[in-house]
Design a protein around this ligand. Structure first.
Ligand code: SDX
Length: 430
């Protein structure tokens, strides 16, 4: 806590002071927890534009600089020098693993990749053409039925096992979701492959022949997982924190996060962005769509552009553009129509005064759809990939929330603008 104070002068009332809390980086915060008691007033911040919901040591974002740090490490360095499981270890434990810790963690994850065989039956309740995110909400939520036998999550070992279980099983469940949608048999995990190669074999392998992962494509997808692992108090992470604050089962809490991530304003933007690029179709039509994005009477938004926090380039978008280029080059698709269209759209938008004034830059979702499509991942599976990776952040933030000494159930208040108190009239008089 700093010595700085915030003084609030409300007409007709004594001035009241509130402490200012200072963080490592970024905005300091006014601790207004005593506001209601001291003044009888609440703050109003629909959409939480200026509200810190918690203290956290996990991720820091500087929207003006376009900076993203996981436990203090820049995302650029992590994406280049680490793999996704090292980043998962870092996010959960606060430090990067040494060689022995990395090997032990990878081994432990390998031993949790299978799901209970009865999980396969949940899929049969869905139509084959159900949206994969609807299936993910259902199946991941169902995991809570398999792991709800009085686990005491106040114990670090119980939390560690839950973390490893869900991180290990998400690739299996995402791959099962895809296989179910195309009518192919589920593929079992293979312990001779690393985490991301194993995911790709469960997605694209078949029992008919041995799957040979392409190391360039595996590395690209592994970086995509790292870029999506955590992102401070975004909508789905806040959903997980709020759902988990009641003491709900962590697997059910993750299912709530998946449900929130599905929305096109959030994790569903990569699917929406690719569909938008297909709709635009050709560079010649870009000006028409830029005009629509600027038209207040048109609900169209340039998907993959803009961000609540980033008012500069999303650093993940820059890394994603590089991954996209590397994958397309490896596959001989460097002249990919959509990639060239996306780069042209990015160039035109970044020069347009509307986008410059509103500080609308490409976000993580702008290129991720193109590269995932090139990897063979169908459009409606993009957000499942996002959920697979973000489960690391969700579980990390859930653990930080339930181990916070100040932890209590989240219960916002409101400004009531409904009907004034009134009495019920008898039926014949209504
Ligand atoms: C993710 O929070 C996170 O960290 C999320 C995420 C994560 O990793 O968890 O980063 C992942 O969700 C990335 C964002 C993906 N969504 C999209 O790409 C969808 C398109 N973007 C927009 O829907 C929008 O930019 C949001 C939802 C991302 C941010 O919205 P805000 O901060 O609430 O801002 P806003 O909608 O109030 O926009 C401010 C202005 C508005 O104009 P005015 O009312 O001020 O005149 O900018 C305009 C908006 O109309 N605007 C856009 C625009 N985004 C904002 N105009 C055209 N195209 C856009 N994409």
């Amino acid at each position: 806590m700093s010595e700085r104070k915030a003084t609030l002068q409300i007409s007709g009332q004594e001035a009241v002071e509130f402490p200012i809390m200072v963080g490592t980086h970024g905005n300091d915060v006014i601790d207004i927890r005593s506001l209601g008691g001291k003044t009888g007033l609440f703050t109003y911040d629909s959409g939480f534009l200026s509200t810190a919901s918690c203290q956290s040591k996990v991720t820091y974002i500087d929207g003006d600089k376009g900076e993203l740090l996981y436990r203090g490490y820049p995302i650029e360095q992590l994406a280049e020098q680490c793999n996704f499981l090292e980043v998962a270890y870092l996010l959960k434990n606060g430090e990067l693993p040494n060689k022995a810790e990395k090997e032990a963690f990878e081994e432990n994850i390998k031993n949790h990749t299978m799901v209970h065989d009865q999980i396969t039956r949940f899929f049969n309740g869905f139509r084959r053409d159900a949206h994969p995110m609807a299936v993910m909400v259902g199946v991941v939520g169902a995991l809570s039925a398999f792991y709800h036998h009085g686990e005491d999550y106040s114990k670090p070992e119980v939390r560690r096992i839950a973390f490893n279980r869900i991180i290990a099983k998400m690739p299996t469940i995402v791959a099962m979701t895809y296989k179910y949608s195309i009518g192919q048999p589920f593929m079992y995990p293979r312990n001779d492959l690393d985490y991301t190669a194993n995911f790709m074999q469960m997605m694209f392998g078949t029992p008919c022949e041995a799957y040979k992962p392409n190391p360039v494509l595996v590395r690209a997808l592994d970086i995509i997982f790292t870029l999506h692992a955590d992102h401070e108090q975004n909508a789905s992470t806040s959903t997980v924190r709020l759902a988990g604050s009641s003491g709900a089962n962590p697997f059910a809490t993750i299912a709530a996060g998946i449900a929130c991530l599905w929305g096109p304003a959030h994790g569903g933007a990569n699917e929406a962005c690719l569909n938008m690029l297909e709709e635009i179709g050709d560079v010649s039509k870009v000006p028409e769509y830029i005009a629509r994005a600027k038209d207040k009477n048109d609900s169209f938004k340039l998907m993959g552009f803009g961000h609540r926090v980033y008012k500069n380039f999303d650093p993940r978008a820059k890394l994603m553009r590089k991954v996209c280029y590397d994958v397309l080059t490896e596959l001989g698709l460097e002249n990919d129509r959509l990639f060239k269209l996306a780069m042209e759209l990015e160039k035109i938008a970044l020069e347009d005064p509307y986008f410059v004034e509103k500080k609308l830059y490409p976000n993580v979702d702008f290129y991720s759809g193109i590269v995932q499509k090139a990897l063979g991942i169908p459009t409606d599976m993009f957000t499942c990939i996002f959920a697979l990776a973000r489960t690391v952040g969700w579980m990390t933030q859930w653990e930080e929330m339930i181990t916070d000494p100040e932890y209590k159930i989240g219960r916002p208040r409101q400004l009531y603008i409904g009907a004034a108190r009134r009495d019920v009239a008898p039926l014949e008089k209504r």
